[in-house]
Design a protein around this ligand. Structure first.
Ligand SMILES: [Zn+2]
Length: 185
């Protein structure tokens, strides 16, 4: 876990698939933390987070930037189907509401198996995710639908840090990833 501002951290997953996906943590003013994406799921990200001293007693809101296996592979550790449901100290697993069919689709041609998970909160364009009272700017994160890379892509705008969390819209393989733009007319 690496700190990049007073209350934002990132994690690079040392996965066995060579993707090295990024996850981010945004700490609110109280006990809530927003986790952006869950990586490939090679290790147990939930267990890792729960064992960090600064995350002791924190509650998590998890947001997927889009439904690709490098971003959702660890989802089931936080929210699974059936009687186990949301993991302890997890309030919601969120995804964009724009294209629920795409988001629910578990592609069979990915390189590895994605364990089943359950989205518990579908986010609207412009919606605010609050990590505490909105009078404190650390607690306010805005959802912006940005289909282009996938039909269900979103970015998170965090005014407190003047920071955008953009998922794969910018990625090492291309300047800007609008590979699914043709699906968005
Ligand atoms: Zn992607």
């Amino acid at each position: 876990m690496t700190q990049i501002s007073s209350n934002v951290y990132y994690i690079v997953e040392k996965d066995t698939l060579g993707c090295n996906p990024l996850c981010y943590l945004i700490f609110g003013s109280e006990n809530k933390v927003l986790l952006v994406d869950t990586g490939c799921g090679c290790g147990n990200l939930y267990f890792y987070l729960k064992n960090q001293a600064i995350l002791k007693d924190k509650r998590f809101i998890v947001v997927n930037t889009h439904n690709h296996p490098e971003q959702i592979g660890g989802n089931w550790r936080f929210s699974t189907t059936g009687r186990f449901g949301l993991a302890h100290a997890v309030d919601d697993l969120c995804a964009s509401r724009r294209h629920k069919y795409y988001t629910r689709l578990l592609e069979s041609n990915w390189h590895w198996t994605i364990e089943t998970y359950k989205i518990t909160r579908w986010l609207k364009d412009g919606e605010m995710i609050l990590l505490g009272p909105d009078t404190d700017s650390r607690n306010v994160v805005q959802v912006l639908w940005t289909p282009g890379h996938t039909p269900d892509s979103l970015v998170l705008w965090y005014p407190h840090d003047k920071r955008l969390f953009i998922g794969d819209l910018f990625y090492r393989f291309d300047d800007i990833m609008f590979t699914s733009a043709k699906n968005n007319r």
